[in-house]
Design a protein around this ligand. Sequence first.
Ligand code: DAH
Length: 343
Amino acid sequence: MSDVESIVKEALEQFSRAGAPAELEQVKARFLGRSGALTEALKGLSRLGTGERRAAGALLNAAKERIESALEARRRALAESATEARLREEALDVTLPGRGRGRGGIHPISRTWERIEEIFASVGFDIADGPEIETDWYNFTALNQPENHPARSMHDTFYIEGMHALGADGRSEPLLLRTHTSPMQVRYARMHEAPIRVIAPGRTYRVDSDATHSPMFHQVEGLWIDEDISFADLKGAYTDFLRRFFETDALQVRFRPSFFPFTEPSAEIDMMFASGPKRGQWLEISGAGQVHPDVVRNFGLDPERSMGFAFGTGLERLAMLRYGITDLRLFFDGDLRFLSQFD
Ligand code: DAH
């Protein structure tokens, strides 16, 4: 049966030449498949006599086992080398230096916002947040600026076309992008009991754009209402805030008479640094005043029993003074050369 020996030899040789699993399986079919060489030889056994058949059968079975185990071994070898090739291909050089991701930073306006919250929270003020799309009533009417009041023209307002809200009195009223954070005084006061001590920082909008105005900007509103809160408290609280914000006690504050429909009397708060590039100049920093009795009524409070002050300060103004920035548009251009200086 040298035939059998040569079939085995041929099979082993062809297995070892097969370079890929699919090729190996094809080669296998040539020997072990339904019409493969060994299968054919096994079929031939039936033609032999009993004695011969036993001897030849044993030989063929031994051959089959050798072919099968050679096939198994080749399968394993191919699988292993595939794994190795993949490992080689996907190898990482862990000694290479990293690519380095840029570290993000906090935007100077966000930083300013956080500082303001921290300072006021530390002296017992609550922090409130409210809608940027506001009703006409909260933005104007409740703050003592009824429809057609000339003071409304102080604000270049973005009205939302074709959208109205149902006001408290059942009348439909226009919606707009809030022009200041002052509507938060009314929203907050109507939801809380006096005494009230709150700041409400947030985004505000006006049709306005130049080096010191942007159509979107930020304000922080402050409100302190109790039985006997006076201008003296406003001056004390606000001066303390500015000294902490600018980290210097060498800073003076003055009130200048002004007009806001929602305060009476009203003041413009100016400040002056004793040192630094802006020393000796009075800088306008905030509007403020004693809350008008009509507005206190809109809070749902009795102006005979509750009084206090409010202020509204631009965040950009504070940030510009703190960091020495002269063009407000830089805050919103998204230029990393500017922004990364605050990391
Ligand atoms: N809302 C005013 C503005 O945007 C700023 C302001 C002035 C707010 C006086 C106040 C205030 O609360 O009392 O111009």
